[in-house]
Write a protein that binds this ligand. Structure first.
Ligand code: ATP
Ligand code: MG
Length: 466
């Protein structure tokens, strides 16, 4: 769809095709007929914010990813506004406005309407900092930057040319400081300024490069791509919480599989998530893991592209599953009982993961719940299925189980059984349970299996359904 849209722009508008970044610092003004932004894709609230600021005498524009997406004909998922008003001045103009951030103050303006409230993030133009200032660590990483500047400076601080365009809804004009529109038409992702220096300032930009390339299908410009091979190690210095946020964005981008391939090509996956190392390892041993994760990510991408929600806990549960499965099997091979094996394996898997980028606690409990439900899907007798259905996270556990069936790790008949069971009335559910009772190997619990092996005299015969 993106490709089609770009072709359309190219056909209609050769005018901006050869635009170069403007050396004088003045932006190129791109009129409506040259950018084709569809005003219907704009958030009414974002337009309201720019209008209110403009009426109060300030400059205000929609900026960043929203302009990029609009120019691609995609509906932006959120809208940022940039202005020359200070955060205090912004806050005074709106009823529901909250100052947030310490490192760099911005204002969240909230609108309540039908559905979810919408937050428009309003930031004040930021100043450019040079390396000589005390804002920059020895490595080049920016530490503090609460300094206001001009719009031109604000544009130069942004990461990619296609992320540095400003759209004024009232005149329907795009202000383009770094040739973003031309790069868009060349399907190129280009870092503003000296890429190596920009990556040193903020190594997360390397991950952003990969994410945007996956999302847009654009090529990284060679000067933007080349330094990554040497600088990837700088990601080790980035605080774990920030890495986690960025990886989560990457996984939730709707293009996660492409992005993960991009990480691999850029050599950035090592140490980010230990699990990525072997997911991306193409050896025979990893084939099953690869298939499972690939399917899970394809599934996530599909849901996100269809505008459905995805839980991060579910996503990480799938990414770590191959590892968990390996640990679980190793435990049972050592003679440990099935369920304790699983729980021990969960601890080991999570602890190993924490050596890289820490997965936040709130997702960890979701993951544990989804995982510990898995053996319970195999017990389809007595009260077990009813109890399982009542678990608060049943739906996630069930979806997870279906993924296991789809890769053949679990017998697909079990997945079908559950799908039927959920849809059946009580009589139908009884029939379904009866149908599996006679199946050889329908998982009585390991305790029961052990008991059966004991001499008859000491064992009151127990039906699997009791
Ligand atoms: P998304 O669609 O994922 O939200 P986005 O481009 O809007 O993409 P954000 O993280 O929301 O990404 O950032 C908004 C804008 O802020 C970017 O478009 C870019 O101009 C600027 N920006 C964000 N992160 C950085 C960074 N690390 N370095 C420089 N500029 C950045
Ligand atoms: Mg954004």
């Amino acid at each position: 769809m993106i490709a089609k849209f770009i072709k359309r722009i190219l056909r209609r508008d050769p005018m901006v095709k050869h635009t170069q970044a403007n050396k004088t610092g003045a932006p190129k003004r791109i009129p409506k007929k040259a950018h084709h932004i569809d005003p219907h894709l704009l958030s009414k609230n974002a337009v309201k914010v720019t209008q209110t600021l403009q009426q109060a005498g300030f400059e205000a524009f929609i900026v960043g990813g929203a302009v990029r997406d609009l120019a691609l004909g995609i509906s932006p998922k959120d809208f940022d506004v940039a202005t020359n008003a200070t955060p205090d001045q912004v806050q005074r103009l709106f009823r529901k406005a909250r100052l947030i951030g310490r490192r760099f103050q911005i204002v969240h303006v909230t609108f309540f309407g039908k559905g979810h409230p919408e937050i428009i993030e309003v930031s004040t133009f930021r100043a450019l900092l040079d390396n000589a200032g005390d804002h920059v660590a020895e490595s080049g990483r920016i530490l503090r930057d609460n300094v206001w500047g001009s719009q031109g400076e604000d544009a130069a601080r942004r990461d990619f040319t296609i992320n540095a365009m400003y759209y004024d809804p009232s005149s329907e004009t795009v202000l383009d400081y770094h040739g973003g529109m031309a790069d868009m038409q060349k399907r190129t992702l280009r870092m503003i300024g000296d890429p190596a220096k920009r990556y040193r300032e903020d190594p997360v930009r390397m991950l952003r490069a990969v994410r945007f390339a996956a999302k847009t299908g654009f090529q990284l410009d060679s000067a933007t791509r080349e330094p990554i091979a040497n600088l990837g190690k700088l990601l080790n210095d980035v605080p774990s919480a920030r890495l986690f946020d960025e990886i989560l964005k990457l996984l939730m981008s709707g293009y996660s599989w492409a992005a993960i391939q991009g990480l691999k090509e850029a050599g950035l996956h090592h140490g980010l998530l230990p699990l990525l190392d072997h997911i991306l390892d193409e050896g025979e041993d990893s084939k099953g893991a690869n298939n499972f994760v690939k399917l899970a990510l394809a599934n996530t991408d599909q849901r996100i592209q269809a505008g459905k929600s995805v839980s991060a806990g579910f996503l990480f549960a799938t990414l770590l599953w191959p590892d968990l499965l390996k640990n679980w099997k190793a435990n049972t091979a050592k003679g440990m009982a099935n369920i304790p094996s699983l729980h021990d394996a969960m601890d080991v898997t999570i602890a190993t993961q924490s050596n890289g980028m820490t997965i936040q606690r709130r997702f960890e409990s979701d993951m544990r719940e989804i995982w510990s439900m898995q053996p319970r899907f195999e017990r389809r007798v007595g009260r077990y299925p009813y109890r399982l259905i009542e678990s608060p996270r049943f739906r996630a556990g069930y979806d997870f189980m279906l993924l296991r069936c789809a890769t053949g790790e679990l017998n697909p008949a079990i997945g079908q059984w559950w799908t039927d069971f959920i849809a059946a009335d009580p009589a139908g559910q009884d029939d379904l349970m009866t149908s599996v009772k006679s199946e050889p190997g329908n998982n009585p619990s390991p305790t029961k299996r052990r008991r059966r092996r004991k001499p008859k005299s000491s064992l009151p015969t127990e039906s699997a359904s009791s």
